[in-house]
Design a protein around this ligand. Structure first.
Ligand SMILES: Cc1cc2nc3c(=O)[nH]c(=O)nc-3n(C[C@H](O)[C@H](O)[C@H](O)COP(=O)(O)OP(=O)(O)OC[C@H]3O[C@@H](n4cnc5c(N)ncnc54)[C@H](O)[C@@H]3O)c2cc1C
Length: 235
């Protein structure tokens, strides 16, 4: 590609600016908050630093609102922001390392080798899909790996604590889906019901269509699993 550039000449000194990813562990306190690159910088190859800066500005506004107007939720707001940035930084570190590793496998240059890092643990085995018939006939139960934990979440204009789902198949804890709080819906479930029956059991809270969408999401993410002793489906 550079064969035709033999007579190219340098017209100005080469300048370099450090673009190393970092996470500011001290990005928020009761009286201040840092947003965008001031809080965290992700690897430039992600090409999503601007999107991340906007996301931290949006969630940072809710955190600041909570710190100013709900002093009783100060710890929840601080922990929410730190956890959000920490998870983001770690997720991008893994993704970037995968991209560097792709090149490092073909190119021995230290630039790629040093950034490739160790191969991450393999993803959990894919789940067996349930078709429409299975929705009406497969008895389900909650995964034995599911845990509920009080976790700071965005709720409207404030950060507050909600019971969130923690599970190895979830990239981060989740408390709401389609604006529905999941923990109360799951706590009322009786094992052995089909996804269709589960959606019907939520009819006091939402339409059947919404219930089926939530039940399908829970099945696809391994939160609802086939009842043990029926097919050996992984939980
Ligand atoms: C090489 C490289 C390539 C990248 N490529 C992409 C890409 O393709 N896509 C993408 O989305 N992101 C990319 N990024 C990341 C993206 O540029 C940043 O994540 C994003 O600009 C961060 O926005 P920000 O508002 O937090 O900070 P900035 O964009 O840095 O804005 C901060 C502003 O504050 C000003 N400022 C600083 N101190 C003061 C002060 N004391 N008083 C007043 N003003 C001040 C600065 O001059 C600056 O204008 C790349 C980054 C690098 C380094």
């Amino acid at each position: 590609m550079m064969n035709d550039c033999g007579d190219a000449e340098l017209i100005a000194a080469v300048r370099a600016i450090d673009a190393t990813p970092y996470l500011n562990d001290d990005c928020v306190a009761p009286g201040r908050i840092q947003l965008g690159d001031a809080a965290l910088a992700i690897d430039p190859i992600s090409s999503s630093g601007v999107q991340k800066a906007i996301q931290t500005a949006l969630s940072g506004a809710v955190v600041a609102n909570t710190l100013l107007r709900r002093p009783g939720s100060t710890d929840a707001a601080l922990n929410f922001y730190r956890a959000q940035l920490g998870e983001c930084s770690e997720r991008h570190r893994r993704w970037a390392a995968e991209h560097y590793r792709d090149v490092a496998e073909r190119c021995a240059h230290p630039f790629w080798q040093q950034r490739a890092g160790q191969k991450a643990a393999p993803d959990p085995a894919p789940l067996r899909a349930i078709d429409a018939r299975g929705f009406a006939t497969t008895p389900m139960e909650l995964s034995s790996e599911l845990e509920f934990a009080s976790t700071p979440c965005l709720q409207g204009d404030f950060v507050s604590l909600a019971s969130a789902l923690h599970h190895p198949r979830l990239a981060s804890p989740i408390a709401f889906l389609g604006r529905r709080e999941l923990a109360p819906l799951l706590r009322m479930l009786q094992p052995g019901r089909t996804p269709l029956q589960i959606a019907q059991s939520w009819s006091n809270h939402m339409s059947l269509e919404s219930g089926l969408a939530i039940a399908g999401w829970l099945v696809n993410h391994g939160i609802l699993v086939e009842q043990r002793g029926r097919s050996g489906m992984p939980s």
